[in-house]
Design a protein around this ligand. Structure first.
Ligand code: FES
Length: 182
């Protein structure tokens, strides 16, 4: 897969609704505002459930919850290996990779990362760079995050936060709660 393809796929946007409502994907940023969950859902901050069955390893979607964007990325084996190889001295906000990678109950399917899509410096949305341990690059001031959302370089002070989330099944992710069936 080329870098351009990865970048394009990383910005597929999924609008979500209340539990049980599945989003619709789009490709262009100008559509983002049109595709957010309706105002009532956003105001209430209710969990959103997303069908992630179309997300292949090495790609991501963006989901909104409480009006903010989140990356939902499925890692390749190589990306998991790269993230696991990042040492403490390379991190500004040290946290083991395996604490940030999750997925369905089946251990073999734990290759998912769910993180805020706003840079922890001033809030820009990072883009995929996919080079070694580097995963996302913030175009505003150069912060670099790995694909688990850990800050590696640049002015961002902390890792990309992870929202409460849980897999209700192998294909359905809920953001907004860490308890399936809640
Ligand atoms: S907003 Fe990302 S580095 Fe400044």
């Amino acid at each position: 897969m080329t870098s351009d393809e990865t970048t394009r796929r990383d910005f597929i946007y999924v609008a979500t609704g209340m539990l049980g409502v599945v989003g619709v994907a789009g490709l262009a940023w100008p559509f983002i505002d049109q595709m957010r969950p309706d105002a009532a859902v956003r105001a209430a901050g209710q969990p959103v459930e997303i069908d992630v069955s179309s997300v292949e390893p090495g790609s991501a979607i963006i989901v909104t919850w409480r009006g903010k964007p989140y990356f939902v990325r499925r890692l390749t084996d190589a990306e998991i290996t790269a993230a696991s190889g990042v040492t403490v001295d390379q991190m500004k906000d040290p946290q083991p990779a395996d604490q940030r990678i999750g997925g369905p109950a089946d251990e073999a399917k734990k290759d998912w990362v769910v993180v805020a899509a706003n840079c922890t410096h001033l809030g820009c949305i990072p883009k995929v760079v996919d080079s070694g341990a580097d995963g996302w690059h913030c175009p505003c001031h150069g912060s670099v995050f790995d694909f688990t959302g850990r800050i590696l370089h640049g002015p961002a002070p902390i890792n990309l936060p992870q929202p409460p989330h849980v897999f209700a099944s192998d294909t359905n992710l809920i953001i907004g709660t860490d308890t399936a069936g809640a």
